[in-house]
Design a protein around this ligand. Structure first.
Ligand SMILES: [Cu+2]
Length: 122
């Protein structure tokens, strides 16, 4: 039990640091145990701006666009070669590979809104 809380604390700290690196005006971070994590594409860009998955977990991001006021009508993962349309109000799931520890970027089509997925070593 004690080990679990220590590693959770470590992961939270790392995620917090990652969010700060972004200069994080709207920086907020989610640390997930795995599974589907909702991400909103709203007027401030993507929220949360950072999602952390443990290595080897089932990582999924479920994007929902909630506004017509931004250019975030699609989401792009440059490192994964993934580009998906985000129809307003319609959840779109992206599977994130968690086999190795790394930080992946996701962004709008023009790269204005940048967010990250952190795959953290256990
Ligand atoms: Cu854009």
């Amino acid at each position: 039990m004690r080990n679990v809380s220590v590693s959770l604390l470590l992961v939270s700290t790392l995620a917090l640091l990652a969010a700060c690196d972004k200069g994080g005006a709207s920086g907020n971070a989610t640390v997930a145990a795995g599974g589907a994590v909702p991400v909103t594409a709203g007027s401030d860009g993507f929220k949360p701006s950072s999602v952390t998955f443990p290595q080897g977990s089932a990582g999924k991001l479920v994007f929902t666009r909630t506004t017509d006021d931004t250019c975030a009508t699609e989401v792009v993962f440059p490192e994964l070669n993934i580009k998906k349309e985000l129809p307003k109000g319609q959840p779109v799931t992206v599977d994130v590979p968690t086999d190795k520890a790394q930080t992946l970027t996701f962004q709008c089509g023009m790269g204005m809104y940048k967010s990250s997925v952190v795959i953290a070593t256990k």
